[in-house]
Design a protein around this ligand. Structure first.
Ligand code: SF4
Length: 106
């Protein structure tokens, strides 16, 4: 009976230790994401087709918000189906944290 009890206590202790470690890691090592990425993603067509040269609309939204996308018209479905003005308007009203505008062109 005692070996079984020791085994349960050891496995339980290891589980508790790893649980606490993962909890602390998620708290202190978390990377905050720019809230604008999700908003810009919602304004894209969300076909996740990759025609813009990124693997997903979220990746393209990340490039847009970081100012590395260059032209919005890289999104071919968006150029055909949607108006890019809502994205431009959103970024105009939500500049970078230092107040500079997001660099993006049509
Ligand atoms: S081309 Fe447009 S619809 Fe396709 S993945 Fe890129 S942003 Fe999304």
């Amino acid at each position: 009976m005692m070996p079984l009890l020791y085994s349960v206590l050891i496995i339980g202790g290891i589980g508790l230790l790893f649980g606490v470690g993962l909890s602390l890691a998620s708290k202190y090592l978390a990377v905050e994401e720019d809230y604008r990425i999700d908003e810009v993603e919602k304004l894209l067509p969300n076909y996740n087709c990759g025609a813009c040269g990124t693997p997903s609309c979220k990746a393209f939204a990340t490039e847009i918000v970081s100012g590395n996308a260059g032209n919005l018209t890289r999104c071919k479905p968006g150029k055909r189906d949607k108006n890019f003005n809502p994205i431009l308007e959103y970024l105009k009203n939500n500049p970078n944290s230092d107040g500079t505008p997001v660099k993006i062109r049509l």
